[in-house]
Design a protein around this ligand. Sequence first.
Ligand code: 6R9
Length: 574
Amino acid sequence: MSQMQGEIISAGAPSSNLGNYEEAYANFNWEDVEKQFSWYETGKVNMAYEAIDRHVDEGRGDRIALRFNDPTREETYTFKDLKEKSNQFANVLRSQGISKGDRVFVFMPRSPELYVSILGILKVGAVVGPLFEAFMETAVKDRLEDSGAVALVTTTTLLPRVKRDELPLLHHIFLVGKDIEPEAGIIDYFKEMEHASSDAEIEWVNREDGLILHYTSGSTGKPKGVYHVHNAMLQHYYTGKVVLDLKEGDVYWCTADPGWVTGTSYGIFAPWLHGATNVVRGGRFSPGDWYDTIQKNKVTVWYSAPTAFRMFMGAGEDIVKQYDLSTLRHILSVGEPLNPEVVRWGYKVYGHRIHDTWWMTETGGQLICNYPSMPIKPGSMGKPVPGIQAAIIDDNGKELPPNRMGNLAVRTPWPSMMRLIWNNAPKYEEYFRIPGWYISGDTAYMDEDGYFWFQGRIDDVINSSGERIGPFEVESKLVEHPAVAEAGVIGKPDPTRGEIIKAFISLREGFEPSEELKAEISRFVKEGLSAHAAPREIEFKDKLPKTRSGKIMRRVLKAWELNLPAGDLSTIED
Ligand code: 6R9
């Protein structure tokens, strides 16, 4: 512990937006941030206005807002373009009667239409529900059903994954694609956009009105809908300034998909609140294509994830030299522990420190971070963002002294804190079970210098390549397979992906273990739920360890896997 703590990489940019960390922390107050928004004067609130239209109204409309690249399209949009297109889509939504508070989902690969849709949804005051493009039937249905979504924007390719006959509330589907056959409930996106006016009234909302509903995984139950409100923009703006360090003229690239919270808070809101040029790249990871994206777009600020950095490290130094990455000035990471060797490698090869940031879907924005003006201790998540009070507490809410591991907790409230778990008040309350604190579910410790060090998750949530996967959702799908009697799913440590999904399965009578069956079961999850939720490893067992109440004991499975003592088995079945 203390050995790791000793290593320091000195401050990269003392003249960054934050300036001296301690001073900024001591002098912080949220009202100074509120004053940055037009609603501070006008009282009229809407995220889409602050992120897009405001730049047009203040003379910045010709700046480039979006640079989109994927293997088939390369397009740029100014703030004025996005204002007009999102107005058009707001008008299309209104023509179908969609209004404030309605949940409207987007389910499509990254494309300019995805971003325009999200902004249009916000402009009518509706709540955006982003779905990751890799979700299959069950994952899509669970989320649309739980949220009571009335409308969905999707593509002709993805439409077959939407079980419309089982979703009675889903009245409108805006379909992005060519040659769309007229059909009840189906609205041709491009055709309607063509006729829609590019002038629209924005629905002014309250700061506490709904913005976005992100479904995320817990260790039990179905995925939960984490509900955020427009007030989150305070956190997005402030962290965009002091953590992303965004300045005029920055070209910013966040590699996350808007299906995950990083892809909205920091792939849409934070950069556009600052009027930055936002680079969006669709398609899969490949080291060459990604470096090319930086070179081609002259990216200055880059926000990615440990899995990607580990893959870059695996691809080696030579490929780095084939690209001009000299425009880069600031690199950040999120989603899982950032290994110290990756920080060292990045510093050597890119000539920049990689700044780790810690936060969660539930927190809506970054909470513990490394800043350009602060020394980095490789392996540490950094220090609380000004305005945020974080601590390590025990299960009774007592704050622990430095170097003691415990619950990573945050003083409530802060502007981007989730306001609800949709349809599930008890789940929401679990996070706040100790008065005055939000309990993250992560364990960590704080060192003498106030740096936080991640230790693990308290629950069984799996983090594979930075994607959060609930074992229950995978197990539920597995047992739908005719050969599977019971299934228990764990995260198995993996050098590249952080963890991979491993399933322990007991078979039904009449089925024999085989490699073909393993492949078939894995494919079944991939096709029914999503590729990232499919087990990469399967092991057949005659019987799974269970509590007397019938709960599969994942911690025993994990102990088997890691050759560790299984711990307290007093509740095991027999
Ligand atoms: C933004 C996002 C949240 C969980 C979180 C923690 C893990 C995120 C991390 C990190 C170590 C970091 N996590 N950042 N672990 N170091 N810098 O990732 O949200 O998908 O909800 O995941 O991810 O376990 O609790 P989400």
